[in-house]
Design a protein around this ligand. Structure first.
Ligand code: DAH
Length: 342
């Protein structure tokens, strides 16, 4: 065999090996081809083994050509092996994804239930032309009591278990303190709600905290009537709590005359009687009444000219009723396991 023939054979072997490699799709197949072309009994190794039989001048070119072919075959083999490995692992992974399973739920931030109901309340009242006003949480006894017809030394003051601060001010016991402040600041007619925190010296249990939320409402106009109060508050509990049946009962609050409590039929037992409604079938939700003439006088409004009604919703209670929460402390715990359920 002359050198040209040998070189031709080497080139053919290299080309054939490349074609075979590129057509192969299994790791085992690749190994087989590798063995055929670079194994002990392969053509290339046979040529090398017998190289001493060639003329010295062609040994060099043949040797170089074989080595070059071996390197190329080795590289092709290693590359394809690596590619196949990556492809297989991707395939394995995609087989492990069960497309029928529900996706992983992303955590989403949401408003606290109290804030959500408050936003809803504000939206409802503003849609009826009410405006949101605010008053200070640290209040004078004047606005919290005296101006609401609850004089010092009057037993009615005992209704509110009050914290007294050393400086003579108090954390307000109710948002009713905003009533006279608002009437002093704005000229009637008035339609306002005043949401905010209130504080009482209470022993803490499932339905009482020393801090709680109220939303006060005040409506003042020349011909405001009890029927206006009824209409607005009935619409309120219908909208906020889905209440179907309501009733008004007489009640005493020093700053209204007459004073009333609005009850809704128990949303849990539908009037049959259960532990939530203390087996009465009714739940008290909004204390209210017609603004007392004395309160108008304190605010500098002529009670002969103006009438009005007021109400104060214990707001946390509304949230408890709406979401069926039986312990108020849960709402304030900051426990995400609880809050994420809303
Ligand atoms: N401020 C009262 C309380 O916290 C609730 C209340 C009763 C508010 C009657 C009112 C009202 O505006 O008219 O006990």
């Amino acid at each position: 065999m002359n050198s040209d023939e040998i070189l031709k054979k080497i080139e053919n072997a290299l080309n054939k090996a490349k074609v075979e490699f590129n057509e192969e799709i299994t790791e085992k197949g690749l190994e087989e081809i590798y063995k055929n072309y670079l194994g002990k009994n392969s053509l290339l190794n046979n040529i090398l083994r017998n190289i001493s039989g060639y003329e010295p001048e062609i040994r060099k070119t043949v040797g170089m050509s074989v080595n070059n072919a071996k390197i190329q075959i080795e590289e092709t083999y290693q590359n394809l092996k690596e590619q196949l490995k990556v492809k297989n692992s991707m395939l394995n992974r995609s087989l492990k994804i069960d497309m029928t399973l529900p996706g992983i739920k992303l955590k989403q931030f949401h408003t606290h239930p109290i804030t959500a109901v408050l936003n809803d309340t504000v939206e409802f009242f503003t849609s009826m032309g009410f405006e949101v006003v605010e008053g200070p949480e640290i209040e004078t006894t004047h606005y919290n009591f005296d101006a609401l017809n609850i004089p010092d030394n009057h037993p009615a003051r005992d209704i509110w278990d009050t914290f007294y601060l050393k400086n003579g001010l108090i954390p307000r016991t109710h948002t009713s303190s905003v009533q006279v402040r608002t009437m002093e600041a704005k000229k009637p007619p008035l339609r306002v709600i005043a949401p905010g925190r209130c504080y009482r010296y209470e022993s803490v249990d499932a339905t009482h905290l020393f801090m709680f939320n109220q939303v006060e409402g005040l409506f003042v106009d020349k011909n405001a009537k009890l029927s206006d109060l009824k209409g607005i508050l009935e619409a309120t509990v219908k909208r906020l709590l889905g209440a179907k049946k309501t009733r008004f009962r007489p009640a005493f609050y020093p700053f209204v005359e007459p004073g009333l409590d609005l009850d809704i039929e128990c949303v849990f037992c539908h009037g049959k009687g259960c532990s939530v409604c203390k087996f009465s079938g009714w739940i008290e939700v909004i204390p209210c009444g017609m603004v007392h003439p004395k309160v108008f006088e304190y605010a500098g409004i002529n009670p002969a000219e103006y009438k009005g009604f007021a109400f104060g919703m214990g707001f946390d209670r509304l949230v408890m009723l709406k979401y069926n929460v039986n312990d108020l402390r849960l709402l304030y715990s900051g426990n995400l396991d609880v809050l994420n359920q809303f």
